[in-house]
Design a protein around this ligand. Sequence first.
Ligand code: DSN
Length: 425
Amino acid sequence: MTDDTFYGSDFGALEAFDPELSGILLSELERIRGGLQLIASENICSPEVLTALGSTLSNKYAEGYPGRRYYGGCAEVDKAEELAIERCKSLFGADHANVQPHSGASANQAVYGAFLQPGEKLLAMSLPHGGHLTHGTKVSFSGKWFDAVHYGVHPETEDVDYDEMERLAKEHRPKVICSGGSAIPRLLDFDRIRAICDEVGAIMWVDAAHFIGLVAGQAIPSPVPQADVVTFTTHKVLRGPRSGALVCKEEHAKALDKAVFPMLQGGPQMNTIAAKAVNFKEAATPAYQDYAKNVIANAKVLATELAERGIRPTTGGTDTHLALLDLQGVGVTGKEAEARSDAAGITLNKNAIPNDPQKPSIASGIRVGTPSVTTQGMGADEMVTIAELIHTAVTKGDGDPDHEVSREVRGRVTELVTTHPAYPR
Ligand code: DSN
């Protein structure tokens, strides 16, 4: 070991000291490598991001903001956070960025902290129609402490019902209108949402957690010009560390910064902030822009191919990285489909579809996303194969890994991930 050995990525030392835990880390790596990862909210971040995450910046307490900390010794972490902030602002053309939220949920909490008093009104997409727990559901702080009203999707198009959003906005005069969610396959109409917010004097909050990576890669329109505040996670299509961030208009910077710290969080995770800086640099490259476009192209092929096999994408398809699939036509529940896919080496999740007759723990749908398989370099041909494998596993498998269908599909999955490996050796 030389003086310039980098402390923070010595896996051999961990293996020697703690074979039990290092074995789990290796098994998880093999799990990622061994199957198809189709969870729409996951991705395979770079070794460079992992290196920053596993660095000595993890040790540092740095409550406060760069140049205004409550601890000494912050000169280096200040530089890391300043880099992350500048890169984030430049990537999204934003007035202001806060890179301290520990997660998307924390970034969302900051919006409540900055703009709403307990009991005040929020208008957001309903969870069963594709929203998010932190958008005012009763089981979350957001629905317990704030008065949330929800719009949904249009019964015919299954896309966001902007007329309902407008009607409810005029009726309830919410202080904040939230758009975005976890299972919305179509682009949002930011001009229309801005107009509705202006009509009732509401703050326009876009939770862009799912699609911010597509915005970063210039593959879809950005909400930043219209929105007062945009919250997001950094680990989905964006492909950074598991974390959150927000960007906003200058006039809201102070209130949101105060809401993140000291209102909600203590010491920021400086190693994760460093990893976000690396990620923002990666996302500004032409290679990442190609990636973002390919993510969408792949999702469109996957949705079309599944539709041809009788598995119907809600809204008729997708403009983004994900498709929400209605399994009622093939007579399988989301829960069964998730288990059958899992047994065949395909990781995806059951998901409620709009007006789902099943309870959420069973669900009538599945959600599939292409961020990870696109990172692995898969393209249209592989999407056709994946659609065929999902269809086979879901309609002919039984959830038993030893079932003939599970074994056959797993064999084909192995071929795909062997030619397109995650974390190539
Ligand atoms: N759990 C995330 C997702 O899967 O979309 C949202 O928080």
